[in-house]
Design a protein around this ligand. Structure first.
Ligand SMILES: [Zn+2]
Length: 417
């Protein structure tokens, strides 16, 4: 068995690629791209919605095992295949298993010439198949490394997964980690070196509910949310630091002739700067509270004043996601390694910012360790601007019991997540 080591420079990468001991692995990759594509299709056709990655994970584990990796699935659901090194250090390559597509989506992949079309075929069956190909190339070359190479299909990257998979991996390997690389999507024209911070909330308004005719004048949670959404959407969002917001899912109500007893909306806030992100979060809370207040005031007047109201609205904020910001330093050996690979392959890539699995290792970079750990310890927070008060004259609740609210709209976000 050969043992190779390399420092991350253009010259050393060229020497490593030209080393005869690398030849079997590189030759295998050159000859077997169609096999890797087949695995991409196969994995993509196994549904892996948020919190439902297990079946795809099992298929990945079998592929890792067939390449001779030491395979296990951790308590979080991450599928880990290790090529054990001679030193304690670990180089971690992660590709997320989950997709944005809900259970029941037709995940069949079609070929359109050389183009593959299917939900999640790029994001992230492409990343998973890259790890599978890498595992086979290591197996074929019989190369042994000093550091352990850990190839992982991780869970919880999309939507409300809140990066739970990569958080668990970074916590588990801890100080043994030498580098973390997130392989996400098929592109070779950019390298994400900056993690965009994001915060996600579910904002819920509850009220007395009622009948659209006989209870007209009661405050309406959907109307209250709409008032808050309009108010927040009017605020200024800076270009620098670049920031964004999105009301992604709204849910509530049971029938067209019922005043809803509950309505909620899920909101995604992002910024290059965590202070700006905190400002947006505060503005969101204020806007939604103002929307509730306005709806309550409006309904208590009861149209021309002949109506009386007996209920009040309550507002809940629940944090459903928190991704810390972070940045790979310009002088990072890892970035130099990518530049060296680009140079060797004749590839050109630009540096990008995004919100991915890499946010977690990015945030653990120099000068940010303590702050991030503290935040990770408290990922969920509830804010209640309006507390319910007992009202002796309140009527019996009229909210429907048996029927679950159905989404009013759903729009799967585009990659990157
Ligand atoms: Zn992705």
């Amino acid at each position: 068995m050969a043992t190779l080591s390399a420092r991350a420079t253009d010259d050393s990468l060229s020497r490593l690629a030209d080393d005869p001991r690398s030849a079997p692995g590189l030759a295998w990759i050159a000859k077997n791209s169609s096999w890797v594509t087949d695995q991409q299709i196969r994995l993509s056709e196994i549904p892996a919605p948020e919190f439902g990655e297990a079946a795809r994970g099992q298929a990945l584990a079998a592929l890792f095992a067939a390449s001779g990796l030491k395979v296990r699935t951790d308590d979080t659901g991450n599928v880990i295949g290790e090529l054990t090194g001679s030193d304690p250090g670990v180089v971690l390559l992660v590709a997320h298993l989950d997709t944005v597509f809900p259970a029941g989506t037709d995940v069949h992949v079609k070929r359109d010439g050389s183009r593959l079309v299917g939900p999640g075929i790029s994001d992230n069956a492409a990343g998973l198949s890259a790890l599978v190909g890498l595992a086979r190339a290591f197996s074929e070359s019989r190369v042994r490394t000093r550091k352990t190479i850990a190839l992982v299909g991780d869970v919880g990257e999309e939507g409300e997964g809140n990066l739970r998979g990569v958080r668990a991996l970074v916590n588990e390997y801890g100080s043994r980690l030498s580098a973390v690389i997130a392989v996400d999507g098929p592109s070779t024209d950019y390298i994400t070196t900056q993690g965009i911070a994001s915060r996600r909330f579910e904002v819920t308004v509850t009220g007395p509910g009622g009948h659209s005719w006989s209870d007209f004048g009661e405050p309406n949670p959907i109307t209250a949310l709409a008032r808050g959404i309009v108010k927040f959407s009017a605020i200024r969002v800076p270009d620098d630091p670049r920031s964004s917001f999105n009301f992604g899912v709204i849910d509530g109500g049971t029938s067209v002739n019922s005043i809803p007893a509950r309505a909620s909306v899920k909101v995604d806030l992002r910024s290059e700067d965590e202070n700006e992100l905190a400002r947006l979060a505060k503005a969101l809370q204020e806007a939604m509270a103002a929307g509730v207040k306005e709806e309550s005031a409006s309904s208590s007047r009861g149209g021309d004043g002949d109506y009386t109201t007996s209920g009040e609205l309550h507002l809940d904020f629940v944090s459903i996601g928190l991704r810390p910001a972070g940045k790979l330093p310009a002088d990072s050996p890892l970035l130099a390694a990518f530049r060296g690979v680009d140079s060797y392959l004749g590839n050109r890539s630009r540096l990008e910012r995004s919100s991915t699995d890499a946010n977690i290792p990015h945030s653990r970079g120099r000068g940010r360790r303590r702050r991030t750990r503290r935040r990770l310890a408290h990922p969920r927070r509830v804010v209640r601007p309006h507390r319910p008060r007992p009202r002796p004259e309140a009527p019996l609740p009229r909210r429907p019991r048996a029927r679950r609210p159905r989404p009013l709209t759903f729009a799967p976000p585009a990659c990157p997540c």
